[in-house]
Design a protein around this ligand. Sequence first.
Ligand SMILES: [Fe+2]
Length: 193
Amino acid sequence: MALVRVGGRRAEDGGRDEGEVVTERAAVTAFLARHGIDYERWTPAHAVAADAPAEAILTAYAREIDALKGRGGYVTADVIDVRPETPNLDMMLAKFSREHWHDEDEVRFIIEGRGLFHVHPSEGPVFAIEVEAGDLIRVPRGTHHWFDLCGERRIRAIRLFQDVSGWTPHYTDSGVDAGFEPVCFGPAYVTRR
Ligand SMILES: [Fe+2]
């Protein structure tokens, strides 16, 4: 179940403004919808192991993938697999941890692991979305955002594309990303409050 944190900017004294965390599913969905971001849970998850071959994952979720393709004009789907031992992981992550936007939607269904999207809306404060297994998220084309992995540096996700060439990041070079720590907050964070 995804969580949203609004604010959380690095404070001038070196600490961090804790921001406001939205945890309730309907509230998360409504908050994201106000920013044009689709959020769904695909439950129950299909009976396919999280470490199954990519083809098995795509086959298991074929019905959901086809429904999304029909809604969004996506033509291809693949499975991205990132682990701590992935070669050149830091270089790969650095491409997406700076504020950028794409010519097409960023659509991800999380199979395993976690990740943190920061979104910088045209109006209102930056917010973070922590996604985990079972979460589907669609960040519309043109949305300013950046992405980090959580501490376990693991994510496996289905990606959908309208046109693979459209997924090249366009960097804003705004520097806004530097004001936010890539800190995942998760259930532990929520219960500590
Ligand atoms: Fe992106």
